[in-house]
Design a protein around this ligand. Structure first.
Ligand code: GDP
Length: 444
């Protein structure tokens, strides 16, 4: 799971300070020592770590924390804000050209996921924004690259412009743009050639395509699993070509997080999207604040709600959002969620988005053991209406009855009640912390 080590360590650290009514400089120092180690272990660039620790330390011993009534909470807020800032602050947007088509050059090293991402991005543009993209096969060197893009196009039912591998990429780009104008495509996505390593020929060719096509965006696709290498690649591409944003792929794998946390700071270019799987719909807009929330165990209710909206009845999703905000989330909602969750994609991904999910050890096991879901469902179904709405009435004898009725054990009932309680607590904490992003332009 991405960021797991970092999340565990940071959460362990902030846990120690969370409830403190008074914080000394020594407390801050001790905490920052741990934060520093956690970031370094996650393969975050050491300069970035140094700066981050300095910033957080300064703020943590400053007025806003020390004079606050809840310094423990306040420090965590500072860490979250700075983590968000480190990853780019606000969610960045994608260009919309005043004179269509908007041209996007996709660049990157071989194997990073460039061709796949080109398809995913076209799919997202069409699905979410009703755009009409044209895919352009401009990688004439890698055998099968053109074929691969054509296959992607077929799969998505999107047109692919190709002139085979005997025409220069610059010429391909030129003709593709002409065709896009003629046929009123509003986006042109150029899948350029990759290499195993950065070399002058590659950069020369990319610069030529850039000069000719005058792109609105140049997205560099890098593999999150390669950690600091991805950061170095981003730095080189940015220096040589000037990129406008990064797409970080394979964030569904168990990357430590170093690339995600360092790229923005090192290159000053934002991460725009993240790849979350091999399928064509596994591309998500990158939200720094939500990612920071997830890393700090505050959950990512907004993404969860968006997923629900995409997959589940919209009315119900709104209702759920409201319930989470007003803390009137009951076992009935929980049960309904379980049913819907099954339709919403990989369970472990979703669980990570729930506030406090990392602490719900038992719930965590759901991802591997379907039987547990059945048990949880049975336990909730054995509760009375009153018990579902007001779980605090569930005393020892009720627990016994519920365990019997559901064919489970008292321990299992206890565990679920505890998890539910923890989850509500985390929701409460989080709702006080979630900031509000400003909205502008075309977002995903
Ligand atoms: P390219 O050489 O940069 O064009 O790379 P490809 O698009 O051919 O992708 C290389 C491999 O990475 C393929 O097997 C893709 O399915 C896989 N891939 C791309 N993006 C992701 C992602 O976000 N998650 C996962 N798990 N695999 C990915």
């Amino acid at each position: 799971m991405a960021f797991e080590g970092l999340a565990d360590r940071l959460q362990g650290t902030i846990q120690k300070i969370r409830g403190k009514g008074k914080i000394s400089e020594a407390d801050v120092k001790e905490m920052m020592r741990e934060v520093r180690l956690a970031l370094l272990e996650a393969d975050v660039n050491f300069k970035v770590v140094k700066q981050f620790v300095k910033k957080v330390s300064e703020r943590a011993v400053g007025q806003e924390v020390m004079k606050s009534l809840t310094p423990g909470q306040q420090v965590i807020k500072v860490v979250k804000e700075e983590l968000t800032e480190l990853m780019g602050g606000e969610q960045s947007q994608i260009a919309v050209s005043k004179r269509p088509p908007t041209i996007i050059m996709m660049v990157g090293l071989q194997g990073a996921g460039k061709t796949t991402t080109t398809g995913k991005l076209a799919n997202l543009l069409r699905k979410k924004h009703n755009r009409k993209p044209l895919l352009v096969a401009a990688d004439i060197y890698r055998p099968a690259a053109i074929k691969q893009l054509e296959t992607v196009g077929k799969q998505l039912d999107l047109p692919v412009f190709s002139l085979g591998d005997q025409v220069s990429p610059v010429e391909i780009a030129k003709q593709a743009i002409e065709k896009a104008k003629e046929e009123h495509h509003d986006y042109v996505l150029i899948d350029t050639a990759g290499r195993l390593h950065i070399d002058e020929n590659l950069m020369g060719e990319l610069k030529d395509i850039k000069e000719l096509s005058n792109p609105d965006e140049i997205f560099l696709v890098v593999d999150a699993m390669t950690g600091q290498d991805a950061v170095n690649v981003a730095e080189s591409f940015n220096e040589a070509l000037g990129i406008s944003g990064v797409v970080l792929t394979k964030l569904d794998g168990d990357t430590r997080g170093g690339a995600a946390l360092s790229i923005r700071s090192v290159t000053e270019k934002p991460i725009k999207f993240v790849g979350m799987g091999e399928k064509m719909d596994a591309l998500e807009a990158f939200h720094p604040e939500r990612m920071a929330s997830r890393i700090l165990g505050m959950g990512d209710v907004l993404s969860l709600i968006e997923k629900a909206q995409a997959n589940v009845d919209e009315e119900k999703a709104k209702e759920l959002e409201q319930k989470m905000r007003t803390m009137s989330f009951t076992f009935d909602d929980f049960l309904e969620q379980l049913g819907q969750v099954k339709q919403m994609g990989p369970l472990d991904e979703l669980l990570k988005m729930m506030p406090g999910a990392n602490k719900m050890k038992g719930l965590d096991k759901l991802q591997v053991d379907d039987k547990q879901i059945v048990h949880v469902e049975a336990i909730i179904q054995s509760m009375s209406k009153k018990e579902k709405t007001n779980p605090e009435v569930i005393n020892a004898s009720r627990r016994k009855r519920i365990a019997k009725g559901s064919g489970t054990s008292i321990q299992e009932v206890n565990r679920l009640l505890k998890q539910f309680e923890d989850m509500k607590k985390m929701m409460k904490q989080m709702s006080g912390m979630q900031g509000k992003g400003k909205k502008k332009g075309m977002k995903f």
